[in-house]
Design a protein around this ligand. Structure first.
Ligand code: ADP
Length: 636
């Protein structure tokens, strides 16, 4: 027995685990009230870091090893239970002094309880770490904005991949694919997407599984309307990791950018204007000394008889040596240096060219965009036109001068013919046969008419040539009064009734305006109906060019005009002749009944034109006529 005890003691002494044996402490009633350390092995002392005397005989209730009352209580209950039931118990504890975890077993041995501790620190640390990693992975998967799934392949008996199954899917992935996680995990991938086994995606995944090379792809996922970037990499022989990223925003920008670039390219290529981009060529000290073609549009390339690719990279001075000195290079350089857009009309008469160019230079990035139009053809026809107009003006003014001089110089001989034929007629009167006397009369009537014609022509040439006079305020009421004074005799003779609205003061040529109304009123009196006295009305209103409904110059459409109407109740004329009567010598009525030269309305039209106005006539044969005169309220 002694041998046995020693053996057991030696056995425990050699144990690599800390162990101690406690036996119960009883009170007077033989009830167990505590347990005391009766035996501890070497490992236990090492574990407690205390000498044997401080532990042996100590009870649970005053053990220096137990840090709290709760623990004391727990241990006592455990010890008592094991002692009384004989059933082995197992538990864990943490030793803060050693910072180690232990598991321990308590079993009833002899008349006490043996406790054996087992150091579990390594194991628990690993479990903790594993738990930590798992929770990290879990929250990473949960929080990740990227969709993450793991697919495990399903192989047939020959080991070929025939399908797959998602064994992990995070919230984002489920969202991207618009399926519930449960669904995805429950079904095989072919069940989720029947077409997948024939897809390019499947082929590439298979390759990744075989080669270990990850692949990246982008696709548009119609159901969600999103662009997805997918990366697939091999996890092991049977599993693939798939990472989904929503790239809709970037992709949209990219697509918009591409579209904008496409559009710009189309505009650039289709433009009829020549366009090219110039990059500066710098000297060693950084000064801009030339430019190089970066890109040219077909219109420009065709202009210089080249293709855009032939020009690319060429120096500007190679094609246009003269541009360095005629101001064009300076223009581009200034745009390059200041960033300011510049537009110039250039007469490009260097390099054996004689061109008129409209050039526009704009800085784009670190380069200069040049747009140009060759308007040489327009320019030369403009120059031709201008010289034609000059020519016309010259010949017109010669003509007018000639008419003026001719009619002026004719006055004198006519006056002589008139005087001498009068003298002759008087002195020959008695001797003349009636036929001869009639001839004389016709001769003198012809000379009167000639005089009239010459006077009218002189008036016409006067209004045509003397416009350079300064305009002045002209009171039309006053002018009309003077006209009526001149026409007093005719008014009286014909018993005409004349009503005149108050008329405005306009800016114009006094004498010409008086002449205008003189002609209109004298016609209204002259072309009266036989038997009924003329009734003439002069009315005035203000209208815009648009309202007048007549061909006012386009610029006058919104301008205000005085509209003066001279209306008579005379013989009128057919409306179809309304324009023609303003031409020189145009008469609708015979000179036998109505004396006249056909110049009066030509003068009227010239006067109105000199005042930037419009004149026209409206008439009904046998009922009367209206002559309308538009005069601008404000002359420019
Ligand atoms: P003239 O009166 O000297 O013939 P005008 O140039 O003044 O020349 O007029 C041209 C023609 O227009 C006239 O010959 C006449 O036939 C016609 N005419 C002008 N005014 C009137 C009018 N108020 N009523 C009818 N016909 C007119």
């Amino acid at each position: 027995m002694v041998l046995n005890q020693e053996l057991i003691a030696a056995f425990f002494e050699e144990q690599p685990q800390p162990a101690f044996w406690m036996h119960p402490v009883r009170d007077g009633n033989n009830s167990i009230v505590d347990f005391e350390y009766a035996y501890c092995n070497r490992e236990f002392y090492a574990y407690t870091r205390l000498p044997s005397e401080t532990i042996l005989k100590k009870r649970v209730s005053d053990s220096p090893l137990i840090s709290s009352d709760t623990l004391r209580k727990k241990f006592l209950v455990q010890l008592l239970e094991v002692y009384e039931t004989g059933v082995r118990t197992q538990d864990r504890l943490y030793n803060p002094d050693l910072d180690r975890y232990y598991s321990y077993t308590r079993s009833k041995v002899h008349d006490g309880v043996l406790t054996v501790l087992q150091d579990r620190t390594e194991e628990i640390t690993i479990i903790r770490q594993l738990e930590e990693q798992t929770s990290l992975t879990q929250s990473l998967l949960k929080q990740s904005a990227n969709g993450i799934t793991v697919t495990e392949v399903i192989r047939n008996d020959e080991g070929q991949v025939v399908d797959g199954k998602t064994i992990l899917i995070n919230d984002a992935a489920a969202q991207y694919m618009m399926v519930s996680k449960q669904d995805y995990l429950a079904k095989t991938i072919a069940e989720v997407d029947p077409g997948i086994m024939e897809s390019e995606l499947y082929r590439m995944s298979q390759k990744t599984l075989e080669t270990g090379q990850p692949f990246h792809t982008q696709y548009y996922f119609e159901p969600s309307g999103k662009w997805i970037a997918l990366s697939v990499s091999k996890m092991d022989d049977n599993r693939l990791i798939n990472i989904f990223t929503d790239i809709t925003e970037t992709k949209t920008y990219e697509l918009e950018g591409m579209l904008a670039a496409e559009r710009l390219k189309a505009v650039f290529n289709a433009s009829q204007s020549g366009m090219f981009i110039f990059a500066p060529v710098l000297s060693t000290d950084g000064a801009v000394i030339d430019f190089r073609f970066v890109i040219t549009n077909p219109a420009f390339a065709a202009y210089v008889g080249q293709t855009p690719s032939a020009l690319q990279g060429e120096l500007g001075s190679t094609w246009f040596p003269g541009y360095l000195t005629n101001g064009v290079f300076d223009m581009y350089r200034t745009t390059y240096l200041t960033g300011e857009t510049s537009r110039k009309d250039i007469h490009y008469n260097v390099d054996e060219h004689d061109l008129y160019l409209d050039l526009l230079s704009t800085k784009v990035g670190d380069e200069v965009l040049i747009t140009f139009n060759d308007y040489t053809a327009v320019k030369s026809s403009q120059v031709q036109l201008e010289s034609l107009v000059q020519e016309l003006k010259r010949s017109n003014s010669y003509l007018e001068e000639f008419a003026h001089a001719a009619s002026h110089d004719l006055k004198e001989p006519i006056r002589k013919i008139e005087t001498f034929s009068g003298i002759l007629q008087t002195s020959l009167m008695e001797r003349l046969t009636p036929d001869e006397a009639r001839l004389f009369e016709r001769m003198s009537a012809a000379s009167v008419r000639m005089k009239q014609l010459v006077n009218d022509l002189l008036d016409y040439s006067y209004v045509s040539t003397t416009t350079p006079l300064q305009m002045e305020p002209v009171d039309l009421d006053e002018r009309l009064k003077l006209v009526l004074v001149d026409l007093e005799v005719q008014v009286e003779e014909t018993a005409a009734i004349i009503n005149i609205d108050p008329l405005p003061t306009v800016t114009g040529y006094r004498r010409q305006l008086q002449q205008l109304f003189q002609n209109l009123l004298s016609n209204a009196l002259k072309y009266r109906k036989v038997g009924s006295p003329p009734h003439i009305q002069i009315r005035c209103s203000i209208v815009t060019g648009n309202e007048a409904g007549k061909a006012v110059p386009e610029a006058g459409a919104d301008k205000a005009y005085y509209c003066i109407e001279v209306r008579d109740n005379g013989i009128g004329f057919e409306q179809q002749y309304a324009d023609r009567i303003f031409n020189m010598f145009q008469r609708l009525h015979g000179k036998q009944e109505y004396a006249g030269t056909g110049v009066g309305l030509s003068i009227a039209r010239k006067v109105v034109e000199n005042h930037n106005g419009v004149i026209w006539a409206e008439s009904t044969q046998g009922e009367g006529s209206s002559f309308f005169v538009l005069l601008p309220v404000q002359q420019v």
